[in-house]
Ligand binder design. Structure first.
Ligand code: EAX
Length: 323
């Protein structure tokens, strides 16, 4: 009898600890390396979620586009084969068209303007457009201001970029703008970029310093021009499928974790901006710091006419004048 009781007690204990310790492993993917700004943000998110749920949820990270490019990963989140993606807004406009407006070149003056706008009611309102597309945007993370690199010549003004075959993200707003610089935009998923630069399939590409650094583009690109021609926001995206499974308490943990991830990712972007350009010069790149920004803005006029038709000139002005 006594043995039975012990056995029953042990069984219950086993059952209890098993149930209490049931753990869900969440797959999270991003396009850049395991030391990049996206890795920093994703790791903070995962640590906060694991801590906040007493280990009931933990992450398995898939860096360096190991699950494909950003568009593919967003599709996978929609389909449920991936739980979370930390992505740029590059391909997001193909899923949630309202987001495309923040990809307009020279829309934001600087990091402070962009970050405060995205964290404002207007920026948060954009995140409410995702559930209707089978996605949930937890927070605006960050990619950074994009700059041009290439193997042909130093770029100071649009005429220098003219005729260059440049890889771009799968983003129509960017491509429309870059055509006004005389660039031949070549949309391509990020995992293919290093190879395309190495083989000369394209002359150049454009990305923020954190990406150029983390992806070692100095090995396959000679010239870096600090054009800062567009701010590239990031997003932590999951699905209603995952969020609907969570208790209210866990939903709160996930949302708080996403906010902390955004802060950490932006801090890493600051660090890379502060130290990265000198590092890339040390790695052999020739850097143009003094770019004729006004000439690029002027060249964009025809694209801005099209953007005004698509997004409304007032909506664009509201963002540009956001204080
Ligand atoms: O988000 O595709 C790109 O150029 C992005 O900047 C990169 O995937 C990081």
């Amino acid at each position: 009898m006594k043995l039975n009781k012990v056995l029953i007690a042990l069984g219950l204990l086993g059952g209890l600890s098993g149930a209490a310790m049931a753990q869900t492993v969440l797959k999270i993917g991003y396009a850049t390396s395991a030391t990049s700004h996206y890795a920093v943000g994703s790791t903070v998110f995962c640590d906060e979620v694991e801590k906040g749920t007493q280990g009931r949820y933990k992450c398995q990270q898939f860096p360096s586009g190991s699950l494909g490019g950003e568009r593919e990963m967003i599709e996978a989140v929609q389909l449920g084969t991936l739980d979370i993606v930390n992505t740029s807004t590059g391909p997001v406009g193909n899923f949630v068209p309202e987001v495309k407006i923040v990809d307009i070149p020279f829309l934001f003056r600087d990091y402070d303007h962009a970050r405060r706008y995205l964290d404002s009611a207007a920026g948060q309102e954009l995140l409410t457009k995702f559930p209707a597309k089978g996605l949930v945007a937890l927070a605006w993370t960050e990619n950074g201001f994009r700059h041009m690199t290439n193997n042909k010549r130093a770029i100071v003004k649009p005429a220098d970029a003219s005729g260059l075959k440049m890889r771009t993200m799968e983003n129509k707003v960017h491509m429309e703008g870059y055509r006004t610089f005389g660039i031949q935009p070549t949309p391509m998923a990020f995992p293919e970029v290093f190879g395309a630069l190495q083989q000369g399939t394209v002359d150049g590409q454009e990305n923020p310093i954190p990406v150029i650094l983390a992806s070692k583009f100095s090995q396959v690109q000679k010239h870096l021009s600090l054009t800062g021609h567009v701010y590239s926001p990031g997003l932590l995206i999951t699905s209603p499928r995952l969020m609907n499974k969570l208790s209210d308490a866990d939903k709160k943990v996930f949302n708080e974790a996403a906010k902390k991830a955004a802060v950490a990712q932006r801090k890493k972007v600051n660090e890379d901006e502060d130290n990265g350009i000198a590092q890339l010069e040390k790695d052999g790149m020739s850097v143009v710091r003094k770019v004729d920004g006004q000439a690029f803005r002027d060249a964009l006029a025809p694209a801005y006419a099209a953007y005004s038709k698509e997004f409304g000139a007032d909506n664009i002005r509201k963002i540009q004048q956001f204080k």
